[in-house]
Design a protein around this ligand. Structure first.
Ligand code: NAD
Length: 353
């Protein structure tokens, strides 16, 4: 039995990954360390409360004492580090919180792993989850990002993730700590907090609220269905090479406005009696985000050639699954929407900018 420390397991990707790991493997014991910030939701994993292979710890990755005691109490074999502050808009409002969690928190975890594992690295791995946003913005003619693309982050969020990636790499070169890094494109799917583009659009459209699109809506992203991200991490954990980075993406290039239009037409199809049909009438353009990256594209040849991974869902199939999930989990969505801090954030971000 491997004991794996998962940080940020109550967030969007972390909770999907814990579901994935417990579904497809029976040789992992999971310790989930999460501070339960506004983005963490313990209910995402309530069905595992009585599962003997799952243990939740409410704590902060920046707290050295808590992190060190987890390593010594549970004899951690592997770390999969998801915990972070993740929303670009929030990083523009409060950058220091991003530096604290994303940089200092990663440092505390690396140091605890180094001390706990000593020089015995066999069977150990520290996998760091990062983002393609560290590479900056592409022009329409630039080739896609790959593992050799120089870092050029543009927001406090991406700069803090870039700093944490460098720290992880430094622990490999300086101490030989067995690390891997993955830089992934935008994820979407079940359990995503409705401040991010896709769940915000689904949630607002169902309620007949405006669908706010930044600027002209022609920003281009690559989108990955979250379960495909989970399968990629699983492969890296099993077969990835220490010291290596892997780029992960969904192999698509839609503009934001195309994504929102697809969501509205899926909702038109699934909700034929909705008074808000056609849902596309709810689209409203709002002032753009400062420093908004224009285009991301990611080359996934390395993980495909070396580990045999490809995304299973295409954009339409993944979006349809996602819209159906939110329609079937309206209580989950309403609870999140009623969080007072969240409504204040929406007001500050979309109306007071
Ligand atoms: N969502 C995406 O599209 C995307 C894409 C690429 C990479 N990533 C990366 O994947 C990881 C997970 O992203 P997500 O979208 O699931 O994030 P999320 O915001 O949904 O969840 C983050 C989780 O981390 C926890 N957390 C925050 N600060 C903490 C702290 N100090 N100590 C312990 N726990 C803390 C939160 O409570 C929450 O459960 C992040 O590292 C992010 O940078 C996300």
């Amino acid at each position: 039995m491997n004991t794996v420390l998962i940080t940020g397991g109550c967030g969007f990707i972390g909770s999907n990954f814990i579901n994935y790991l417990l579904k497809y493997h029976d040789d992992f014991r999971i310790i989930n360390l999460d501070a339960l910030t506004y983005a963490g939701n313990k209910n995402n994993l309530a069905h595992f409360e009585h599962e003997s292979r799952y243990h939740f710890i409410h704590g902060d990755i920046c707290d050295e004492q808590t992190v060190n005691s987890i390593f010594s109490t549970y004899n951690i074999d592997q770390v999969i580090h998801f915990a972070a502050e993740t929303h670009v808009d929030r990083s523009i409002m409060d950058p220091l919180q991003f530096l604290r969690t994303n940089v200092l928190g990663t440092g505390v975890l690396l140091e605890a792993a180094r001390r706990s594992w000593g020089n015995k690295f066999s069977g150990h791995r520290f996998h760091h989850i990062s983002t393609d946003e560290v590479f900056g913005s592409l022009s329409s003619k630039d080739p896609a990002f790959n593992e050799a693309t120089p870092y050029s982050p543009n927001s406090p969020y991406s700069a803090s993730k870039a700093a944490s990636d460098h720290l992880v790499r430094a622990y490999f070169t300086t101490y030989g700590l067995p690390v891997t890094i993955s830089n992934c494109s935008n994820n979407y799917g079940p359990f995503q907090f409705p401040e991010k583009l896709i769940p915000l659009m689904i949630s607002n459209a169902i309620q007949g609220k405006p669908l706010p699109i930044y600027g002209d809506g022609k920003q281009i992203r690559d989108w990955l269905y979250v379960e495909d991200h989970c399968s990629a991490i699983d492969l890296i954990l099993q077969y990835g090479k220490n010291g290596e980075t892997y780029c992960i993406g969904g192999n698509n290039q839609p503009t934001n406005i195309e994504i929102v239009t697809q969501i509205t037409s899926i909702l038109d199809e699934l909700l034929p009696k909705s008074p808000y049909r056609p849902h596309a009438q709810l689209i409203q353009h709002v002032t753009d985000r400062p420093g908004h990256d224009r285009r991301y594209d990611i080359n996934i040849s390395k993980i495909h050639n070396e580990l045999g991974w490809s995304p299973h869902e295409n954009l339409y199939s993944g979006l349809k699954k996602t819209v159906i999930w939110y329609l079937e989990h309206l209580t989950w969505m309403n609870e999140v929407n009623q969080n007072q801090g969240f409504s204040e954030f929406l007001k500050a971000n979309y109306t007071s900018r």
